[in-house]
Design a protein around this ligand. Structure first.
Ligand code: NAD
Ligand code: MG
Length: 382
């Protein structure tokens, strides 16, 4: 039996993870965590019988305790509860599908408890990769990528020597606004940004895909996962999301992973690695596919990607500021408080304002996150 903890079980990745568990009789859920959706959590508790569940919102946790009083489950709340779920003694692997930097502490706790990490929560690696990767080495736990591009790279690297990587070719769909000019982007609204051409995902990552901040976060994520330099990571736009990413080796050979856009494959692969299992769903038909097209990303218009390279190369606390500013800006955009292009302005202002700290500790990262939020709020209350 593979015993799994799912952090973020009510979200896009979380519910697809539970679909995978449903289809594999040797997988079992031992703990779940989510923000506030107790209706769905109740259903998940009744179906999967986890031992422990965390609802981040304390008030909702109280309500859930009443709803499931007939079940043998402990309901916790807050960061303490999240950490308690992450270290559930019988768990083998923690799948991190929470959105945002809130995932840092539970991920670190899980590693210290010797749990493998199936990592979807890229913001954690972007801001604390310098802590998480060495820690995983120290505790001898695996960090298994769930993000589709990183799973593709991981699959391409199967059996290969990582020292023989020449370049990582990270593919991007370009998002719903691909081909637009800055002038055109002035007029786009929330509904336009929420329409991703190929993937159905949570709201925050969908906006990140429209700004190309998502691809920027993925560049930094790839640096930490595969131990490459930023000048070895190239983003290639491949609008239909058929090639999920590629690796070029020192001899010029390129290995790619292809498939229909379905997150269940990378989720399942992270849970069955190094084995593969059958999986339903559509298959690529190369006779009708006819062509796969490529283009270079527009770095001037979609500054999310160029800014990520910039902060990534600077290192230290800069990726934390980039990520925190983006998290707050996206929340404001989702709340219709700012325009699409103001997301870039908020990130750029935060990057200029911040004084870099080298090798920040977890406490420093969280402190810088809070300071970045304050800085952004001060812009809006003058
Ligand atoms: P989502 O918004 O659909 O779900 C987020 C989940 O996190 C929900 O269950 C929510 O309740 C939970 N959550 C939020 N705040 C919480 C808190 N404070 N405590 C506990 N739980 C909390 O998001 P998603 O699209 O599933 O994305 C999750 C992560 O996976 C993100 O980091 C995203 O970048 C990454 N990712 C997602 C996809 C995708 O296809 N959706 C692909 C690649 C990577
Ligand atoms: Mg991705």
């Amino acid at each position: 039996m593979k015993k799994i903890v799912v952090l973020g079980s009510t979200g896009s990745i979380g519910t697809q993870t539970l679909d995978v568990v449903r289809n594999n009789s040797d997988m079992e859920v031992v703990a779940l965590a989510a923000g506030s959706n107790i209706k769905l959590l109740e259903e998940q508790i009744r179906e999967f019988r986890p031992r422990m569940v965390c609802v981040f919102d304390e008030k909702k946790a109280k309500e859930l305790r009443i709803l499931v009083s007939d079940c043998d489950v402990t309901i916790t709340s807050g960061m303490e509860g999240l950490i308690e779920c992450s270290v559930t003694p019988e768990a083998d692997v923690v799948l991190t599908a929470i959105v945002g930097m809130i995932g840092i502490q539970p991920t670190i706790a899980a590693i210290k408890a010797k749990k493998d990490i199936a990592l979807a929560n890229k913001e954690t690696l972007v801001t604390a990769g310098h802590i998480i990767m060495p820690l995983a080495g120290e505790y001898n736990v695996k960090i298994l990528p769930v993000d589709s591009e990183h799973s593709a790279i991981f699959q391409a690297l199967n059996g290969e020597n990582y020292n023989r990587i020449s370049r990582i070719l990270l593919t991007a769909s370009g998002g719903p606004f691909r081909g637009m000019t800055t002038k055109q982007l002035e007029k786009v609204g929330l509904e336009d940004a929420l329409k991703h051409p190929n993937w159905s995902m949570g709201r925050k990552i969908t906006i990140d895909s429209a700004t190309m901040v998502n691809k920027g976060l993925e560049v930094i994520e790839a640096k930490w996962l595969f131990g490459v330099e930023f000048n070895q990571i190239e983003v290639v736009v491949q609008p239909k999301s058929i090639i999920h990413s590629m690796v070029e080796f020192v001899d010029g050979g390129v290995i790619a992973q292809l498939g229909t856009p379905d997150m269940k494959l990378p989720i399942q692969y992270a849970l069955t690695y190094p084995d593969r299992r059958g999986l339903g769903g559509e298959r690529l038909d190369f006779t009708t596919l006819s062509s796969i097209s490529f283009e270079a990303p527009d770095l001037d218009t979609f500054r999310g990607l160029s800014l990520a390279y910039e902060v990534g190369k600077m290192g230290g606390s800069m990726p934390t500021v980039f990520n925190a500013a983006n998290e707050r800006a996206v929340a404001k955009f989702l709340n219709r408080e700012i325009s699409f292009l103001e997301i870039y302005e908020i990130i750029e202002d935060a990057i200029q304002w911040h004084r870099k700290v080298d090798n920040p500790s977890v406490d420093a990262i969280l402190e810088i996150e809070a300071q970045t939020y304050e800085r952004i709020e001060s812009r809006f209350h003058v």
